[in-house]
Design a protein around this ligand. Sequence first.
Ligand SMILES: CC(C)(COP(=O)(O)OP(=O)(O)OC[C@H]1O[C@@H](n2cnc3c(N)ncnc32)[C@H](O)[C@@H]1OP(=O)(O)O)[C@@H](O)C(=O)NCCC(=O)NCCS
Length: 179
Amino acid sequence: MNLSVRKLDEIRADIGEDDLNNLLSTFKCSAEPAAERFLKKTAIKHDRESISRTYLAVGEDESGLDTIKGFFTLAIKCISVEEYDPIPKDILEQMNVNNKIAQAYLLGQLAKADGVEKGFGREMIKRAFHYFAKGNEMFGCRVARLDCRDSLIDYYESCGFTFIRKNFDKELNQMVAII
Ligand SMILES: CC(C)(COP(=O)(O)OP(=O)(O)OC[C@H]1O[C@@H](n2cnc3c(N)ncnc32)[C@H](O)[C@@H]1OP(=O)(O)O)[C@@H](O)C(=O)NCCC(=O)NCCS
């Protein structure tokens, strides 16, 4: 599967914010409306404020226009680690915990458009790891984290993440991977 991934801010610089908003407005993800909303309402703002970086996996449709097949959003978000957290020893040892904090890259959003083939999300995760590895190479940090709902734990485990605990309000699960 060949992914064509472009940075949101580069597309904005190329085509301008109005056309970018038009492009984003075509994205539909019925399985996760919150992800669709993030892309349409928040991604540009967070990019502008350097809160996160969004990457679009783009494709060409029959008329030659770009379509968004999926997107992912990366950021930095540390993890607090307590002694009683059930983190496997081999992972914990690699997290470089200092004063109960481990620095981490965040896979903040991940979604593919309705109708896009199975396995596309997994390819986007591989690309996200490629960017994390570049970060690690340039300024260190080898932990990636994400928060997901119960139904996606098995999926993310199959992508190399390990469940570490429920989040504070117990709605989401925190998972980590060593880059
Ligand atoms: C998550 C996602 C990118 C994975 O894409 P993929 O690698 O191509 O894999 P699939 O779409 O086949 O999904 C993998 C499994 O997760 C399940 N799944 C995906 N999104 C789900 C969701 N929002 N809620 C519950 N289950 C979900 C799929 O049903 C599938 O299960 P199966 O293997 O038993 O059929 C894609 O399914 C997606 O865009 N989902 C909606 C957005 C989303 O939920 N993002 C994650 C937020 S943490």
